[in-house]
Design a protein around this ligand. Structure first.
Ligand code: F6R
Length: 376
């Protein structure tokens, strides 16, 4: 059932183009008549009416997807959005706000902290005036889960069952859910012109073949790099803006399956402390894609290089400037910055996978970890 792949994780990484295709088909309409929405989430207007705020509750990789969701919702739909660790939110919820959408993100639908945070939110809003009523939405890969029974509305992420403990294809599917949600909100609130929305959806439709191209070109490159980094003890991942959460995700993937210490940082924070860690023994992976913070990331990466760190760049192919700075390149196609996280994460998943596999570790069942964390 691994279909020729050595581990489920690798198989699931390779399933990502198909997962994105399934989400595209489910979330977006093909031929829309004028005035008809191209987004098809089937969510009722009561959920969206007069929205003033959004809180997203999640853990782990789902929390990283939520951070990208926040970026998309704020930039496209202009709604103030906060992302919380469910385990923190439970015991220190922010003051009750009116007209607030609460989104729980959990691929398994069984994560105890996420469920408990949602239950707490539901309970504290009970019996309050209408504007304080709970508006709950779940994003999950298992609509039949406990989450599915707890919240009235679900966006189903359609990744198919994920066996590897490290989340890969379910993360990419969660990103797709957030693209659809942010675009739906932008469409209803008219914060983005319909032509621009159509353009973003068209670009999303190109993503499956871009992931395929990335997988094809990166498999060998990441395997070679893994060979060199199998004994490395610390890694730093840098990103900014919409790709800061991808730095966090790259570091988490590496930690959990290879047991190598890794940290993800917003690149601009390096000089406020972490830069003291850097030397020739600590490689730095920088996600540098054209857009609002491109030059900034490049200059942060240069600062790391000046401390003798080996620099690995996740950056578009044929980029002359980037190619000169980085010691190694993990090239991705040049796409709209808003869509770049979904491509940038792929080489980082492969890098983590190949390093762990080279170290001879049990990639699909890392020590101390469970696929769903049903205890607090
Ligand atoms: C990372 C990983 C975990 C989960 C976290 C939340 O690869 O798998 O960090 O993302 O335990 O799980 P769900 O999404 O099921 O709530």
């Amino acid at each position: 059932e691994k279909q020729g792949f050595k581990h489920f994780m690798l198989k699931e990484i390779h399933e990502q183009p198909g997962v994105v295709r399934a989400n595209l088909e489910a979330y977006f309409r093909n031929d829309v008549n004028p005035g008809e929405s191209p987004i098809n989430l089937g969510l009722p207007t009561e959920l969206y009416n007069d929205l003033e705020q959004i809180h997203i509750l999640a853990c782990g990789t789902s929390w990283h997807a939520a951070l990208i969701g926040k970026y998309l919702i704020e930039q496209l739909a202009g709604i103030s959005t906060q992302v919380h660790y469910a385990s923190e939110y439970r015991y220190a919820p922010p003051p009750l706000t009116a007209n607030t959408l609460i989104i729980g993100v959990t691929q398994s639908g069984e994560t105890a902290d996420t469920l408990a945070a949602l239950a707490m939110e539901k309970e504290r809003r009970q019996g309050k005036e209408p504007k304080y009523q709970a508006r709950l939405l779940g994003i999950t890969n298992r609509p039949e889960s406990s989450l599915g029974h707890m919240v009235p509305h679900i966006i189903s992420t359609l990744a198919g069952i994920e066996i590897g403990v490290a989340a890969t294809k379910t993360f990419v599917a969660q990103l797709m859910a957030f693209y659809a949600l942010a675009l739906d909100l932008a469409d209803r609130r008219q914060t983005v012109a319909p032509e621009k929305i159509a353009e973003i959806i068209n670009s999303l439709r190109q993503i499956p073949k871009e992931i395929e191209a990335t997988l094809e070109s990166q498999e060998r490159l990441t395997e070679q790099l893994a060979h060199e980094f199998a004994e490395t003890q610390d890694f730093i991942f840098l990103g900014r803006g919409i790709n800061f959460p991808i730095a966090l995700e790259g570091a988490l993937k590496l930690k959990e399956i290879s047991y190598i210490h890794a940290e993800g940082y917003p690149a601009g924070e390096m000089k406020h402390g972490p830069i003291a860690l850097l030397d020739a023994k600590v490689p730095v992976v920088a996600i540098a894609v054209p857009g609002t913070v491109y030059e900034k990331v490049i200059s942060n990466a240069q600062e790391a290089k000046a401390r003798d760190s080996r620099l690995i760049g996740v950056t578009p192919v044929n980029d002359g400037e980037a190619a000169e700075i980085f010691n190694d390149l993990l090239p991705v196609s040049h796409v709209d910055e808003l869509l770049s996280p979904i491509l940038a994460v792929v080489p980082l998943q492969l890098l983590a996978y190949h390093i762990a596999a080279r170290r001879g570790l049990d990639v699909d069942q890392p020590r101390n970890l469970a696929k769903s964390v049903t205890v607090e």
